[in-house]
Design a protein around this ligand. Structure first.
Ligand code: E4P
Length: 217
């Protein structure tokens, strides 16, 4: 399963990229606002830090406007993945851009039927938002199971990119279902490495080692 980080914070991205565990980055207009940086500048900088896909979202609502904006962002770097909303206009733009060889991440997916449309439009990635489902009292992971089943039924190659991930359990469940990618905030990715028994065991080993009076290097 690929790990993408969901942020436009360049320091966080560089820190996580140094672990070798990061396969890509997703941004959205809210994350760009939070970073307080120029959109095109920050996307270009991120593309230089991470080799994998970097999702950059267009804001136009119409087909022609989406294509105009997509043309600007895809010129920034070869690893830019144009992010389009799951609307009829977005799907039309998806079909066009992917036929030209541009990666597309179709975002704001909240139903399996929407995911089916994105696959038929040739999307590189579909982004179902699990956390926002949970927020309204539905189990977001049911959606991931449905999409996995449907994509496997028809051998669609669109990758399931689980988005709106809020905690490590979402990542565990995504891995069990066989999602292709998860995108999570930096804190959630870092939390994957934490376990109280790891900390307790390490403290014990460190204390016992000190008692030996030895050094290794
Ligand atoms: C990523 O592509 C999405 O934009 C993001 O995961 C949404 O997360 P949120 O629901 O926590 O805002």
């Amino acid at each position: 399963m690929k790990f993408f980080v969901d942020t436009a914070d360049v320091a966080d991205i560089a820190d996580l990229a140094a672990t070798g565990l990061l396969d890509g980055v997703t941004t959205n207009p809210s994350l760009i606002h939070k970073a307080g940086r120029n959109f095109l500048e920050v996307v270009k900088e991120i593309c230089g830090i991470v080799e994998g896909p970097v999702s950059a979202e267009v804001v136009a609502a119409d087909f022609e406007g989406m294509l105009r904006e997509a043309d600007v962002v895809r010129r920034l770097a070869p690893n830019v993945c144009v992010k389009l909303p799951l609307t009829m206009e977005g799907l039309k733009a998806c079909k066009r851009l992917t036929s030209e060889g541009t990666m597309v991440n179709v975002t704001l997916c909240f139903s399996a039927n929407q995911a089916l449309l994105a696959a038929k439009a040739g999307a590189t990635f579909i982004s179902p938002f699990v956390g926002r489902h949970d927020d309204v009292g539905q189990d977001g992971m049911d959606l991931i199971e449905d999409i996995r089943l449907i994509y496997d039924n028809y051998d669609f190659t669109t990758e399931i990119l689980v988005a709106s991930v809020r905690h490590p359990i979402h990542i565990l469940q995504s891995a069990r279902i066989g999602a292709d990618v998860i995108t999570a905030p930096p804190a959630v990715l870092r939390a994957l490495a934490n376990h109280p028994l790891t900390e307790k065991g390490l403290a014990q080993f460190t204390a016992d080692w000190a008692k030996t009076g030895q050094t290794i290097a």
